[in-house]
Design a binder for this molecule. Structure first.
Ligand SMILES: Cc1cc2nc3c(=O)[nH]c(=O)nc-3n(C[C@H](O)[C@H](O)[C@H](O)COP(=O)(O)OP(=O)(O)OC[C@H]3O[C@@H](n4cnc5c(N)ncnc54)[C@H](O)[C@@H]3O)c2cc1C
Length: 327
């Protein structure tokens, strides 16, 4: 990407004076990896977000909207434009629905729902990051996904500048997928529709989910959650090579037509593999952890190595779940 000149950066800073220069993205991502954004701005209200986007557009400077930075791998070169961190944390509960700003924290919204005696979003308590990020990637865990709770999404369509209210069906949610991944939008708010439950029961479920997560995920390391999507297939011919390498594929995976990426990584004995200070977690094969000051380049090389081995030895091409920024 072409380098932004000093003049162009300063011109945008004149209209967005709080934007910081050359801010290291490692300070704003859960992996603690990522070089400098030419400009970086926290926007705490929807109006500030829309204003900053308008300013970037009129100065013809690229912008990238993100939330918690918990699903991103930013390059060591950083981002040649303005990174906008959406931090409007507001949400409102009205009966069984919750309207949450794109910058509201998913875990906070999930706990508030349980506190209000609503059920159906307890699983969200363990998801780092924001409602905007969770909607974008149709985040999920233990069998639940955003698509099960979303009623509608209000988003700014970048190509036309229109603010559109999308129904659940119009969001075209799929496994870790949504229309927002294909057609650039900024998610302003998401309305969840939950069910009336009992407060005690919902809070108990939140606690159980948090316990389960603690037991299955590496604790105390910087990561971006799962590195790869699990492998989905239509017909069994996609598993031909894999079947020659293993005695048995777990029944649950065959039933769902979805092979766990972590299981494949474990199968090839790749847990613990390191490049520089980036490591495939010895605890969870689909977590790439930063052991301290890991470079994005090392994380990328490690991710490519895993993909290549799985492709060559098991005939399966894994897809990234983590979003790549500035590569
Ligand atoms: C320890 C750990 C555990 C995790 N466990 C899970 C899990 O169980 N299930 C799961 O699904 N994920 C999991 N994740 C990944 C991550 O937490 C989720 O994907 C989360 O929903 C991302 O939200 P975020 O705000 O941090 O997104 P970010 O990382 O900030 O952004 C991710 C993508 O979303 C886009 N985006 C963010 N906000 C907006 C917006 N307002 N409008 C438009 N686009 C936007 C960004 O442009 C980017 O492409 C885990 C991560 C960690 C670190």
């Amino acid at each position: 990407m072409q380098k932004l000149t000093d003049e162009r950066i300063k011109a945008l800073q004149l209209v967005l004076p709080e934007a910081r220069r050359d801010e290291l993205m490692s300070a704003h991502t859960s992996m603690k990896i990522g070089g400098p954004a030419r400009l970086y701005l926290i926007v705490s209200t929807r109006a500030d977000l829309l204003n900053a986007i308008e300013a970037a557009k009129s100065h013809k400077i690229s912008f990238y909207v993100f939330g918690g930075g918990s699903n991103m791998l930013v390059s060591d070169d950083g981002y040649e434009g303005i990174m906008l961190q959406f931090a409007d944390r507001s949400y409102k509960i009205d009966g069984t629905s919750i309207r949450a700003a794109g910058g509201a924290l998913t875990g906070v919204v999930a706990r508030a729902a349980a506190e209000a005696g609503l059920t159906g979003f307890e699983w969200g308590a363990g998801i780092p990051g924001t409602i905007g990020g969770a909607t974008y990637g149709n985040s999920g865990s233990f069998g639940w996904e955003m698509k099960d709770a979303v009623a509608n999404v209000e988003a700014l369509k970048i190509s036309t500048n229109a603010i559109i209210n999308y129904s659940n069906a119009e969001c075209r949610f799929g496994y870790r997928d949504s229309r927002f991944k294909r057609d650039p939008h900024v998610i302003l708010s998401t309305t969840l529709e939950l069910r009336t439950g009992d407060r005690e029961g919902a809070l108990k479920k939140v606690a159980e989910i948090m316990e389960k997560r603690k037991a299955s995920q590496p604790q105390g390391y910087f990561s971006a959650g799962c590195l790869f999507k699990n492998f989905e297939y239509e017909d069994e011919s996609a598993l031909e090579k894999l079947q020659t390498q293993v005695e048995e594929i777990p029944e649950a995976m065959l039933k769902q037509k979805r092979i766990s990426a972590g299981w494949l990584i474990d199968l090839l004995g790749l847990k613990g593999t390191k490049i520089g200070n980036a490591q495939i977690s010895p605890i969870h094969g689909n977590f790439l952890v930063n052991l301290g000051n890991a470079r994005a380049q090392d994380a990328m090389a490690l991710s490519s190595l895993v993909k290549m081995k799985i492709r060559d030895e098991l005939g399966i091409m894994l897809e990234d779940e983590v979003q790549l920024v500035g590569w």
